[in-house]
Design a protein. Structure first.
Length: 377
């Protein structure tokens, strides 16, 4: 059964496995104290979902905000990377302890998974995380996932838990993701504008939808705004996973949103296979390949990227690295695993197969990016 409405997120027949993302502004007061009563009520909602027959994975922010208060750090612990790492190291203990205690009061076992971007970008480590999540869920535990901010650096981190939630949903084989936010969902303009209207359903993300995402969270504690939520919806949607944004500021936020039917649901437009979904969800490309109009048309028709259609190469990468493929107008067309180094791509760009051997010093491969290792965006 495909999820087509917000109410179906609480239906175990449509959504047997759910990922619930909780932001810092919902979990932590501005002074750096945990909102225990709110979190206790949310733990009760998770227990109710379990009774209904749903498995739940939690993606929880809050470690940096909690740790910054304990250490007395300015700017909520986000003034610089060293502060963020130190705050996370302290705050993660309190955060995990709170989840374990409050879920334990509901008769549930909490499990902690700290992940970095590399853990989900690398195929082998992604499969290992997927296996761990599956085993925990099979054993009745509630995995609580967070980015491992105490070791992640600016170059190798998600930077927001919205996209982490979408990637965790892929790894867990989830049916839906709910992002608990400080707004009701996606609005057609800045939600502070009295004329703004809530967009209740999004069938596909295009430039008109992206243009609505200018307003971000106003809490000051989180790192994800509406743009990151749209990116999360795209990642989830490629794997056939629905994603909803609802207002988490209420007590029992999931039940409240469903009762009043208020939120934004992004409906998946396709269901890529496991490896293609993983590939399409990767967010750290090493370079950009720009192609001509003829090549762009061929790619959308299912062809591989050939050197003859390549017009520009940006970045430095090795064979097997992830690259994004752009049209000559700058539109993102696809991403995939490249068959050549960046230097080799520059050498053969625009060249026919007959010319490539002399330039490379060996017989050319079948494609620069083969369609089996490419996903359209």
């Amino acid at each position: 059964m495909t999820i087509a409405a917000l109410s179906q997120i609480a239906d175990p027949a449509a959504c047997p496995r759910l990922v619930l993302k909780v932001g810092s502004a919902l979990l932590v007061e501005r002074g750096g104290t945990l909102r225990r009563d709110w979190l206790k009520a949310l733990a009760g909602e998770i227990a109710e979902a379990r009774v209904r027959g749903q498995q739940v994975v939690v993606v929880s922010s809050g470690a940096i905000a909690l740790g910054a208060a304990r250490l007395g750090l300015t700017a909520g612990g986000r003034a610089n990377l060293a502060d963020a790492q130190a705050a996370a190291a302290v705050g993660q203990i309190e955060l995990a302890g709170a989840w374990a205690e409050l879920l334990g009061q509901q008769g549930l076992v909490a499990a902690q998974l700290l992940l970095t971007l590399d853990d989900l970008e690398d195929r082998r480590r992604y499969l290992n995380a997927s296996s761990t999540l599956a085993r925990l869920l099979d054993q009745g535990a509630v995995p609580v996932v967070n980015e491992n901010d105490s070791v992640a650096t600016a170059e190798i981190r998600f930077g927001d838990n919205d996209r982490l939630a979408a990637r965790a949903a892929q790894a867990a084989g989830a049916d839906a993701v709910v992002l608990l936010s400080d707004v009701d969902g996606l609005f057609d303009r800045d939600p502070k504008d009295p004329a703004a209207e809530l967009v209740r359903e999004v069938g596909g993300i295009d430039e008109s939808v992206r243009a609505m995402a200018g307003a971000s969270s106003g809490s000051g504690m989180g790192s994800g705004g509406m743009v990151s939520k749209l990116q999360a919806a795209e990642i989830a949607g490629r794997a056939g996973i629905a994603l909803a944004i609802v207002n988490g500021t209420h007590d029992r936020p999931l039940a409240t949103a469903i009762a009043v039917d208020r939120g934004t649901v992004f409906l998946p437009q396709r269901r890529d296979g496991g490896r293609k979904a993983w590939l399409g969800g990767r967010i750290a490309p090493a370079g950009v390949l720009t192609v001509d109009a003829g090549c762009a048309d061929a790619l959308t028709g299912g062809s591989s990227l050939l050197a003859a259609g390549l017009v520009a190469v940006d970045g430095e990468f090795a064979r097997g690295d992830l690259v994004t493929i752009h049209s000559s107008k700058g539109d993102r067309l696809a991403q995939g695993l490249v068959e050549y180094t960046s230097a080799e791509c520059r050498a053969i760009a625009g060249r026919k197969a007959a010319e490539q051997s002399a330039l490379l010093g060996y017989s050319p491969r079948a494609a620069v990016v083969h369609r089996d290792h490419m996903v359209l965006l």
